[in-house]
Design a protein around this ligand. Sequence first.
Ligand code: ADP
Ligand code: MG
Length: 473
Amino acid sequence: MTAQKAYDSDVKIKEDKAPLTASQDSFSELWNSLKSTFPKLFGEATYKSWLSPLAFKEFSGGRFVIAAPTAFMRDWVSTNCSKKILELLQSLNPIVLQLDIVVDKALKIEKIAATTPNGAGAMLSSPSIEDEVIGSRLEPRYVFENFVVGQSNELAHAAALRVAESSQVHFNPLFIYGGVGLGKTHLMHAIAWHIKTCHPKRRVVYLSAEKFMYQFIRALRFKDMVSFKEKFRSVDVLMIDDFQFISGKESTQEEFFHTFNALVDQNHQVIISADKSPTDLPGLEERMRSRLGWGLVADIHPTTYELRLGILQSKTEQLKANIPVSVLEFLAHKIASNIRELEGALNRIVAHASLVGGSITVESTQQVLRDILRANDRRVTIDEIQRKVAEHYHIKVSDMHSAKRTRTIARPRQVAMYLSKALTEASLPEIGRKFGGRDHATVMHAVKKVKELMQEERSFGEDVDLLQKMLQS
Ligand code: ADP
Ligand code: MG
């Protein structure tokens, strides 16, 4: 029997045990066996603090319902773990469509582990109440020790370390930017952990731009602006994650601008992350944009193969999992999109192997990760399409979004819309939005027009085919 066959028959047995009509008991069992893998998957500290109190509630109509003892825990788990948990449940039983977390006050909460990720004592588990309220919870895994450095992130890492280690302010703000899943949040948390551990007196507040806005709006509603301002302006280090969320939100931006200036004037450190650089972030006021560029702007580039392999090796060691190098190389080669997805893939094969048994091979990996691998195979983004098409027809990328209707610009734009439809999963309205906010009818028209022209004009048809091939390779 080949490895592949052995694997298939394992899956069969599993499915026989949990057919579509499975009882609540079998889902409860599924939950318990999955939960037993959590300490390995999420780390002991996270497990103890957040996951161990979770309990199975029920399964009905595709909804897998689990309960947490408090709303705070529920929110934390849904932000930080629910996606991964759902993925795991689905890989074990595809009839699970959705994961819901409800609050059940009867559940017991274990005492939150009183150690820090790097063993620095109890102080981190009891941050001042105020920091806890205005800031967000820090993920214990996101420390410098767990951050693998490579060419693509070395500048951001060095800058983060410098800010974390130094008690003086060298650059203000530190602005870290890069694509999704490349380690911005990890670095932000690492800075916060480091400062909290080495300089417990310094007040560090970390939160997402979304949460900042939420608190700002609440303060407005409850006429509590004075204490809002006081809270944020009295911290030593303010860290705002996913700053792009604020763009276009004028009054929040305005308030942040004042907070920012107040902190910088007092020589307090501000650290910001975003998905784009200050110059490229849309919807920012000019004064905000220029102020953001005053300090150090550090970017994180897409990963290289070496970095991906390094991260996989380090994760494998943390998980104490036994995975052949060939499988790690296979993953590093195939999943180039981002690190979050790479980690997700690794967790999935480890969970699968520990639940259904069997060793991990390239074949079993291919099988378990079918969906992820397929998505990575033909993942072309609309941005990429716009860039390639603009380059091909010698027009500016910005013309893809502009209102210009001259033929030399409108035709390439239609080609890019056609290719976006053909090569991505995006819907017509989504594509329209990416092309300067056009509506779905415009996109539909473009797709039809290009198809017709490809039939009518041979050279045009060949051109578009060539572009398509280039984008797919
Ligand atoms: P972003 O905030 O840029 O979207 P995250 O910081 O959330 O990305 O990173 C996504 C996942 O990848 C996290 O689990 C993080 O720990 C992991 N990760 C990112 N970069 C690295 C790295 N250099 N070394 C180890 N893990 C990393
Ligand atoms: Mg992030």
